[in-house]
Design a protein around this ligand. Structure first.
Ligand code: NAP
Length: 307
């Protein structure tokens, strides 16, 4: 019997990725949605999760694809009602609210899964395996895109808790934390805030060197033209570029790994595994770097941002 699942927040990522991934996974049935303004044709629709949970005791799983600022309340409600919960990235607005959710999920004996979709990009695992046998000499992340193209009209990303350029940047950090042979921590950051917004439009990050190797990142939301979602690594075995958000790995100019986008298929497959194992998967390491950048970072005020 497939798990009966509710999807919350019917917006861009719900339509682009969640719905196709759920309908393509035999372990789940999309039984209902909760969204203030949107519906999915043919699926029972509620205006909020509270109503849905009351009316649908047979729904055992809830996947939250709302913005992070409203994630905690719905996650807590779903766990309280004994449902398994999957969280879009970033898993919440603060580290401690996600830690509280994890404690509560364990107490209730249900699954909580903090997803990091970019970790499932086609060439991430190959990069991790390759780096395991190399000595890293330098690593630099370029994560640059045009916010007007990729997030048109999404005001929540500019509001406190919306992370600004760290909304895409946290994808890079989720890959970084998956491919490095050991953890790094931030030691310097500069965040550029448009003078009329609460979140940054650009960020420069420097991590504590990894066995002497510099580790740096540059995030920019005003990049024109095609996006740059690249991680460059110099090693004793040559130079590698993990590009296209983790989909393609080239080593010394030769393509070593690439593949089609199956990130959300992998997330729902993992959710099913966690439910079967009655366990939680909560990894806050990408978000810890973002929180560190906000606590440590020097603030620079830049030109106002208007859509
Ligand atoms: P979105 O389309 O702006 O928002 C998703 C939906 O959430 C909205 O359509 C809205 O539906 C609901 N919502 C918005 N603000 C809300 C609020 N204040 N309270 C309650 N519900 C609200 O955003 P998105 O791009 O799908 O992103 C959602 C999450 O997915 C974010 O955490 C983002 O980082 C992550 N994500 C996005 C992408 C992407 O390419 N866009 C990729 C991967 C992950 P109603 O108005 O109907 O309630």
């Amino acid at each position: 019997m497939p798990h009966s699942l509710a999807l919350v927040g019917i917006g861009k990522i719900a339509r682009d990725q969640h719905i196709p991934a759920i309908t393509g996974n035999a372990d789940f049935t999309l039984s209902a949605t909760a969204s203030r303004n949107a519906e999915v044709g043919g699926i029972k629709a509620y205006r909020n999760l509270s109503e849905l949970l009351l009316a649908e005791p047979g729904i055992t799983c809830v996947s939250l694809a709302t913005p992070p600022q409203v994630r905690y309340g719905d996650a807590r409600r779903a766990l309280e009602a004994g449902r398994h919960v999957m969280l879009e990235k970033p898993p919440g607005a603060t580290l401690s609210e996600v830690q509280a959710l994890e404690r509560f999920a364990v107490h209730k004996g249900v699954t909580l899964f903090t997803t990091w979709h970019s970790r499932h990009a086609a060439a991430v695992a190959a990069t991790r395996n390759w780096l395991a046998d190399c000595k890293i000499q330098r690593l630099h992340i370029d994560w640059k895109e045009d916010v007007r193209h990729w997030h048109p009209g999404q005001d929540w990303i500019w509001e406190a808790g919306g992370l600004g350029v760290f909304d895409p940047g946290i994808n890079a950090l989720s890959v970084l934390t998956a491919i490095l042979p050991k953890p790094v921590h931030l030691n310097k950051a500069t965040l550029s805030f448009p003078e009329n917004r609460d979140t940054p439009v650009a960020a420069e990050l420097t991590f504590e060197p990894l066995d002497g190797a510099p580790v740096t990142a540059a995030f920019d939301w005003l990049e024109q033209g095609p996006p740059k979602w690249n991680i460059h690594v110099d090693t004793d075995a040559g130079n590698a570029t993990l590009s296209e958000g983790g989909a393609r790995l080239t080593i010394n100019g030769h393509e070593k790994s690439a593949g089609e986008d199956k990130e959300y298929q992998a997330l729902y497959a993992r959710f099913a595994e966690l439910i079967a194992a009655r366990s939680c998967e909560v990894d806050l390491s990408p978000m810890t770097h973002v929180a560190d950048a906000f606590t440590l970072g020097r603030r620079v005020s830049v030109s106002p941002f208007e859509w």
